[in-house]
Design a protein around this ligand. Structure first.
Ligand code: HEM
Length: 146
């Protein structure tokens, strides 16, 4: 469970991050593909070009952050995403990469208002979200492997 102070801090940044959603997403993918080319091959670059899919990841993280006190509320939507991930072989070890790049994008977009406290709260929130996804995906992989 995320502490209430962190929940408050994370939630306070969501409206700004939503307003600048495209900026967050653009920065996020460019940075991630540059620094971690090994994950780029997992993504459908045609979808990146038409701009449809790229928005999904950052949007889903923001949605999860809004429900951070009870991720179970959005379990069914996370389930759908988890199935896509498992099909594409997204693994536990990929989550820190996405987390690091997302945090960097948040920092860039929030600019001066991204205090140390806020970034720390986001780091904790992402860890919770990733844990939730990974647990669901673990079950799906177990079913698949049997
Ligand atoms: C908590 C973290 C994450 C969230 C919230 C998230 C969210 C999403 C969403 C919403 C989609 C679209 C799903 C669909 O269309 O059914 C998606 C697809 C995808 N995700 Fe994730 N994801 C996360 C972590 C990761 C990680 C760690 C990787 C691996 C680097 C990854 C790789 C992908 C790929 C390759 C796709 C398909 C995109 C395409 O077809 O181009 N995701 N993710």
């Amino acid at each position: 469970m995320l502490d209430s102070k962190s929940v408050e801090l994370v939630k306070s940044t969501i409206p700004t991050l939503k307003t600048h959603g495209e900026e967050v997403t653009k920065y996020f993918y460019k940075d991630m593909f540059e620094r971690y080319p090994q994950v780029q091959s997992m993504f459908d670059m045609e979808k990146q070009k038409n701009g449809k899919q790229p928005k999904a990841l950052a949007k889903a993280v923001l949605n999860a952050a809004m429900h951070i006190e009870n991720l179970d509320e959005i379990r069914s939507s996370i389930n759908v995403i988890a199935h896509t991930h498992v099909k594409l072989n997204v693994r536990e070890e990929h989550y820190p990469i996405v987390g690091e790049c997302l945090l960097k994008a948040i920092k860039v977009v929030l600019g001066d208002s991204a205090t140390h406290e806020i970034l720390e709260a986001w780091e904790k929130a992402y860890r919770e979200i990733a844990r939730f996804y990974i647990a669901i995906e673990k079950q799906l992989y177990a079913k698949k492997d049997n």
